[in-house]
Design a protein around this ligand. Structure first.
Ligand code: VNL
Length: 388
């Protein structure tokens, strides 16, 4: 009697365990860590909206498993990103980590991806070296050197001989400065000064005054997504444009999310980047229409596209591995080639970094709204930061 009861209990426990396992295996979990509050909240909002759009369009099951998207706010603090990533891996047992709004957040998490063999899809951060911080990193955003080199080739052919660089003082800014300076100088241009502004709450005024005094043909700028509006406002207030100093940069400064609110000062600004909301392809028109329908009043920017394409890479890899995570999932991400709303792109199997077109664009008014209008294309640009 007692023995039978014991056996019964064991059988029940075993069943519960199996059921628990089956349940866990029935899900494919994506841990999406983003800055949803604080100064970089726009990046989090764009990426979350795009990830949800991808799921709405492509179904919430993959390889027979229900996809669970777990969105967490890291407030753009690296120690928080790392702690959340740890919880997602250990407690939630996510198959993949994704998001990473800024370089320091990605770098803080990379060692954990390596230790736990969890693929880590970087959808926003853009310092070249991030993919080298862990063999488990795959990137669907872009790299600053890709954009910087392109505008450094364009500028000397378009009347810009003397430039001052002005960048946010951290990873992507340092990349933006170095790769612009090297290429622009190689092309016969001269960088007369290189200024770095604090990453958080920057006051551009004293730096812009310095630029005014130096009287270059152009000031070349990198600031992270979201900070462009403040820069543009102070650029106008200082009368830089009237002093004949042109503004050029990577497309982060004319971020589509906020471009429309920048007003006339943004008109004619030339930048280089991998995505514009007005990219003229059928696929992009569909993407923008669906995004705007699902998120009234919001325009998808390059962050949204990094998130959307990141979900594509994850879904297709999960299909190939039948929902398994770890190294097989990572390997199934390498070499993926597809059409993105940005244009053609692929994940370089060797570097795990994105290869795509870089476009030269000019801010113009179209039907009463400001857009980055692409007018030249460099095709299949690899990260120049990997050549060294
Ligand atoms: C980074 C690069 C962040 C480019 C950005 O916006 C950006 C980064 C938040 O690597 O931290 O536009």
């Amino acid at each position: 009697m007692q023995k039978r009861q014991f056996l019964n209990t064991v059988a029940c426990a075993a069943l519960a365990l199996t059921a628990g396992n089956a349940l866990a295996q029935d899900k494919f979990k994506i841990g999406l860590i983003l800055p949803m509050t604080g100064p970089f909240a726009s990046t989090g909002k764009q990426i979350e909206a795009a990830a949800r759009l991808y799921m709405a369009q492509n179904g919430a099951t993959v390889a027979g498993k229900k996809v669970e998207l777990i969105v967490k706010d890291d407030t753009s603090a690296p120690d928080v990103t790392k702690r959340i990533a740890q919880e997602l891996v250990v407690n939630d047992k996510v198959q993949v980590l994704a998001g990473f709004g800024l370089t320091p957040l990605a770098l803080a998490t990379a060692p954990l991806a390596t230790q736990s063999k969890t693929p880590m899809v970087v959808m926003a951060a853009a310092t070249s070296s991030i993919t080298q911080a862990s063999p488990f990193v795959v990137r669907t955003s872009f790299t600053l050197p890709q954009a910087a080199v392109a505008i450094a080739d364009w500028a000397p052919n378009n009347g810009i001989r003397k430039a001052v660089t002005l960048v946010s003082d951290y990873g992507p800014g340092i990349d933006a400065e170095k790769f612009f300076k090297d290429r622009f100088t190689f092309n016969g241009g001269q960088v007369v000064d290189s200024l770095r502004v604090p990453m958080r709450n920057p006051d551009f005024a004293p730096f812009l005054q310095k630029v005014r005094d130096l009287k270059p043909d152009a000031v070349y700028v990198f600031v992270p997504s979201g900070a462009g509006a403040a820069l543009m406002k102070q650029f106008a207030e200082r009368g830089m444009d009237k002093a004949g100093i042109r503004l050029i940069g990577t497309g982060d400064i004319t971020d589509d999310d906020i471009l429309n609110s920048m007003g006339d000062v943004a008109m004619g600004v030339v930048t280089s980047h991998h995505y514009s909301t007005s990219h003229a392809s059928a696929l992009n028109k569909k993407f923008v229409a669906a995004f705007e329908k699902a998120n009234p009043g919001m325009r998808p920017n390059f962050m949204a596209v990094g998130g959307y394409d990141g979900m594509r890479v994850i879904y297709e890899a999960a299909k190939a591995t039948k929902g398994a995570g770890g190294e097989p999932l990572l390997n199934a991400m390498k070499g993926q080639i597809f059409e993105s709303p940005r244009g053609p792109m692929f994940i370089d199997a060797q570097t795990r970094d994105v290869v795509h077109n870089i476009y030269i664009r000019k801010v113009e008014r179209v039907n009463g709204q400001l857009y980055n209008q692409e007018f030249a294309t460099l095709t299949d640009v690899k990260d120049p930061g990997k050549a060294k």
